[in-house]
Design a protein around this ligand. Sequence first.
Ligand code: DGT
Ligand code: CA
Ligand code: CA
Ligand code: ZN
Length: 577
Amino acid sequence: MADLPNREIAAALDELGDLYELDGAISHRVLAYRNGAKAVREATQSVGALAREGRATELPGIGATLQEKIVALVVDGEIPARAKLKAKYPEGLLEITRLPGVGPKRVRLMFTELGIDSLASLKAAAEGQQLRGVKGLGPKFEESVLASLEAGLGEAPAPRVLLSQALREGEAIVAGLRAHPTANRVELAGSARRLADTVKDLDVIATADDPAALTAALAGLPEIESAGTAGENAAKGRTHTGLSIDLRVVEPDQFGNLLQHFTGSARHNIRLRENAVKKGLHVSEYGILDDATGETLRCATEEEVYAKLGLPYVPPELREDRGELDPGFAVPPLVREEDLLGDLHCHTVASDGRNTIEEMAQAAIERGYQYLAITDHSATHGFGNHVDPDTLRRQIERVRTINAQLDGFELLIGTETNILPDGSPDYDDELLAELDWCIASVHTAFQTPRAEMTKRMIAAVEHPWIDAIGHPSGRKLGRRPGYDVDLDAVIEAAARTGTMLEINGAPDRRDLDDIHARAAAEAGVKILLDSDAHGTDRLGNVRWAVATARRAWLGPEHIANTRPWPEFAALRRRARG
Ligand code: DGT
Ligand code: CA
Ligand code: CA
Ligand code: ZN
C-alpha cells in the first residue's frame, strides 16, 4: 500500500500546530509542530515509510512525540489530538488565523463573542461594524481585516515552491538520472534553471541511448512519489513534496533547441522568436527554420542556438526579456559565490540564532571569508532574545577579544537594529558609534501607510550610524508582499547618502528582489549580499542572494562585500562621515 504523501502528513502537522495555537498552547509546542511539518515537507524520502520503521526521528525537528503522531496518521488514518481539537473548533477559524494581524486570541474572542467561524462571517461582521463593539478590538482592527480580505490574503497561497526547495529536489533528481547507465546529457530547465524566486514545476531535458529506459527510471528515484510515462520519450511525475516534474528525452542533435525552449522564460522565447523572424529565421523547440534555404537547423547545444541567431549566449538567469535581446547586448560580468569575501548579517544565540559568536566566526573562516559581522537583533526586537544596550556593550568586548585572537580575519561587531515607527534605530547614537557596523531593518508596524513608511525608511537611510538597510522590502515569498513603501525613493536616498542596500539570502526573502536590486545598482547604490544566517549551517544561504544578484545583472563591482576588508571598511557610511 502506498504511504500517505509527505505533503499530507505535513499539512496534518501544520493543522495540528494551528489547532494547538487556537487552543492557547504554549508557543514552543506550536512551533514544534510547524518545524516538524517543515521537515516533512522538505524530506526527500517517504516520511510515512520512515515513521512505520520508527525512523522518522532521523529527520531534523522530528522527535518521539511527532514520530508517534505520524504513525497514528499513516496507520490509523488520524491523529487523536487533531480529531479532538477539530471537534472543538470549527474549520473556518483556522483560515481566520492566517489573516495578518489576527492572532488566535482575537479569533477565539470573535468566535465566543460574535460566533464568527469563517472568513465569510468575519467579512459580514466587519462590514456591519460589529467588530468594534467587542472589547479589545476596534475600528482600526475592523478596517485592517476588511483590507486583508479584499486583498485575498485569507485564501490558500499559490502552490509555488521556493527555489531552494525546487533545486534541492531538482538537483537530486538530475543526479539520479545522470547516474542511470543509459543517460547521456541531463539538465534542469525552466524557472529552476533561471534561478527564479519560486518554481511551479520542474522541467528536465535529457538525451539517452535508450530513451524508454530513462523515462521508466524516473519512477524509481527516491525523491519521486509517483511517475508514469507520458507519450513517447517523456515522463511525468510528482515528488514526495508534491512538486510536479516533466522529463523529456530528446534527440542529441536537438538537445540545444529543446533545452533553450524549456528554459524559457516564455517572454524571453517570444521576444527571441519575434526578433528572429525579422532575419527570416523561425525558432521552435525542434530547430531553426531558415527561410533562405528552407532547411531546419538542429542544434546540439544552446550556444549554437544563440550563435545561429547572431546573438551572444545569454546566461539562463538573464532570460526574462529585460533587455538581454536588445541590439548591442553584451553579457555583463555576473557575481559568483566565490567572489564574496565576507558576510555582514548573521545572528547568534544572543538573539534568535543557534550558534555562538565563536562558532559563527569559525564557520565563516572555513568558508574562506576575510570578515564577518555579528548582527544580532536589537533592544526592541519582537521575538527571540532582546539584546539590551548593556548586553550589546558586553558583546562588543567579547567580539573585540575574539577578533584579536583571529589572525588575518576581521570579526566585526554590529547589530541589526530595528527601524522604529518614527524611523530611528532602537539604540542611541553613542552606542551605535562604538560598533563596527550597523544594519537596520523593519520588523514591526508593517501596516504603516505608504507615505509614512517611506519617510520612516528614508530617515533610517539618512542616519549617520546606519551603514545598510536589511531586507528592504520586507516580503516573504509565498506568505506576504513587502510593506507598502516607495522603494525607488529609498534607493534614491541610499545613493545620495552612501548607505548600502542588502539582498538578503534567506530563501524566502531574496530581498531586495532582482528588479529593485538592479535599479539600486544602476542608481549607484552599493549592494550587499548577506546570508542572514541564524546558524553556522546557514551561511550558505548567501547562494540565494547571489542568484538574485545575477538575475539583477550585477557583477562583483556592484557588490560591496566582494572587496577586501580595508576597502570594504572605507565604503561604510560611518567611515565616509
Ligand atoms: P514555472 O511557472 O515556475 O514552471 O516557470 P517556467 O518558466 O518553468 O514555465 P513552464 O514550466 O510553464 O514552461 C517551461 C518553459 O517552456 C518556459 O520557461 C518557456 C517554455 N514555454 C512555456 N510556455 C510557452 C509559450 O507560451 N511560448 C513559448 N515560446 N515558450 C513557452
Ligand atoms: Ca517549470
Ligand atoms: Ca582579527
Ligand atoms: Zn531581519
